[in-house]
Design a protein around this ligand. Structure first.
Ligand SMILES: Cc1cc2nc3c(=O)[nH]c(=O)nc-3n(C[C@H](O)[C@H](O)[C@H](O)COP(=O)(O)OP(=O)(O)OC[C@H]3O[C@@H](n4cnc5c(N)ncnc54)[C@H](O)[C@@H]3O)c2cc1C
Length: 489
């Protein structure tokens, strides 16, 4: 790469970086995006299995966050990109939970597995009478002061008992956030829950109030949507829009360091500018710019801010280990699956013998557009594996055995039409207790560095909703300041 000089360098072409690049370019700034990967999108990616284009990472988004009757941050971005008509909701049949002693549909009125109506039939089926009555006690127990920062598991156990925690909340939180509820910060995964507890006087009352507020009395709680054709279309649309506004993309370009000049050493004429060092085709290259947006994943973000920029990011061991997830995708011909025996999928509780997967998505049962694309009798099954738990990548035989066990069928090897495994590293379990305070300490230092913006899920919270809700307005303000020298009102 020849020497590049631009207004803004965006490091990382995940959704956060693409959104930031688009906001800057739309305000007339020259933008160069650098990413270590071959293709943009980060965790929103695609692969083709048996001729069907599928999401290989994120496949849906939370619709919350827009206020009453208004689209949330993801839906409004999708609409701005001209894809509003392609937003689709998943099949409402809901998901199941696999317990050591059998499988059952997840309770309809629940949030992250916490039941809003503990004595309902679908809750009793999972907890039994004893567990359900213990959960119902929550309605009559006095509400002691809710601590300001506390773990979700502790709240659930205190209010509703161990059975709700083990058989409902742990499988769901493990599947969604790759972490145990006992280390998860309730405020990060269920904003408003503790406030609603104070207002309602109980945890189940709080769940009902939040479901009512979100207008989402749907299975498994938080309402989600997707894009007809796949979430990766969001990335394609963002990239196309960025290019329309002149954004330059440099892929396969890992960044080693960034900082305001003189950095890494004074170079004539670069005073007041940022210097970003990256590797291009095994050679080191420098890009100078007025400003830098760091939009990488978690570990790289810490290294760039702590290393090159010299910010105090705390001891590496004070941050949680990033989780690694492997997704095994199977395309099978089996018309027995047309009946969607486990709804849209299954979350697996701990201690289920013989099953290594932590969750299964029956993608063709979840998304009508995908069922149409696959055609009659052909099914897409996606299993996720926690790499901290399983030693090896799942083989086709393992995935097929797990899928069969979770769907209550024996799936024949001869029915397999396609198989692929995707590994995702560095996907931080953001929502751990104490994480918010660590992030805020870093953010305060970042805010004091002129020309620097940090966006992305590790700052904003896991998921497209939180990521876009942070990166879009932050980058818009940042670009406005760069453009005018003024702080937005
Ligand atoms: C398997 C999986 C499934 C998910 N499913 C969903 C879902 O269904 N719905 C949902 O809302 N969320 C989901 N998420 C979470 C969601 O995808 C992420 O929170 C979000 O995409 C994060 O975007 P980001 O831009 O912050 O980070 P990333 O997508 O991680 O992007 C960071 C980018 O930085 C680049 N990078 C890293 N190091 C360097 C370097 N040194 N130099 C240059 N570039 C670098 C990376 O290549 C990457 O492109 C899922 C996550 C995973 C892992």
């Amino acid at each position: 790469m020849n020497a590049v000089d631009t207004d803004v360098v965006v490091i990382g072409a995940g959704v956060a970086g693409l959104v930031a690049a688009r906001e800057c370019a739309r305000k007339g700034l020259r933008v160069t995006v650098l990413d270590a990967a071959e293709t943009p999108g980060g965790f929103v990616a695609t692969h083709t299995v048996d001729g069907i284009r599928l999401d290989s990472g994120a496949e849906s988004f939370a619709t919350r966050g827009g206020g009453k009757g208004k689209p949330g941050p993801v839906a409004s971005l999708i609409a701005d990109l001209g894809l509003g008509d392609a937003i689709v909701t998943p099949n409402p049949r809901g998901a199941w939970v696999q317990l050591p002693d059998g499988a059952a549909p997840l309770p309809k009125l629940s949030l992250l597995g916490i039941p809003g109506a503990p004595l309902a039939d679908d809750v009793r089926r999972i907890l039994g009478w004893k567990g359900a009555l213990r959960a119902q006690l929550d309605r009559y127990m006095p509400l002691l002061r809710v601590r300001p920062e506390t773990d979700l598991g502790g709240i659930v156990r205190r209010r509703m008992g161990q059975a709700v925690l083990d058989r409902l909340v742990t499988p769901i939180v493990g599947g969604v956030h790759s972490a145990s509820p006992t280390v998860i910060d309730v405020h990060a995964v269920a904003p408003g829950l503790t406030k609603a507890m104070t207002n309602q006087g109980s945890l189940s009352g709080a769940v009902l109030a939040l479901l009512e507020e979100r207008g989402s009395k749907v299975a498994a709680g938080s309402a989600v949507a997707g894009i007809d054709g796949g979430m990766f279309r969001l990335v394609e649309a963002l990239v196309a829009d960025c290019k329309k506004f002149g954004v330059e993309f440099r892929m396969s370009t890992p960044v080693q360091s960034t900082g305001p000049a003189p950095f890494p050493e004074p170079v004539e004429g670069n005073g007041g500018r940022w210097v970003t060092t990256a590797t291009v085709a095994d050679e080191s290259a420098q890009i100078t710019s007025r400003a830098v947006v760091v939009a990488t994943s978690f570990r790289t973000g810490l290294a760039l801010l702590g290393g090159g920029l010299g910010l105090d990011t705390g001891a590496p061991e004070s941050w949680p280990e990033p989780a690694s997830v492997e997704l095994a995708t199977l395309v099978v011909d089996d018309s027995r699956l047309d009946a969607a025996p486990r709804g849209t999928g299954v979350l697996v509780a701990t201690g289920v013998p013989g099953i290594q997967a932590k969750a299964l998505t029956h993608a063709t049962a979840k998304w009508n557009w995908l069922a149409e694309a696959a055609g009659p009798g052909r099914h897409v099954l996606r299993l996720s594996y926690d790499r901290d738990v399983v030693a090896q990548s799942p083989t086709q035989a393992q995935a097929l055995a797990d899928a069969g066990a979770l769907l209550g069928l024996t799936l024949e090897e001869s029915s397999v039409r396609g198989f692929d495994v995707t590994r995702w590293n560095d996907s931080l379990a953001f929502a751990t207790v104490g994480h918010r305070a660590r992030v805020e300490a870093v953010r305060a230092q970042v805010d004091a560095v002129p020309g620097l913006l940090v966006v992305g899920a590790w700052m904003a919270g896991t998921g497209l909703a939180a990521t876009i809700a942070q990166s879009r307005p932050a980058a818009s303000d940042f670009a406005f300041e760069l453009r005018t020298g003024a702080t937005p009102a």
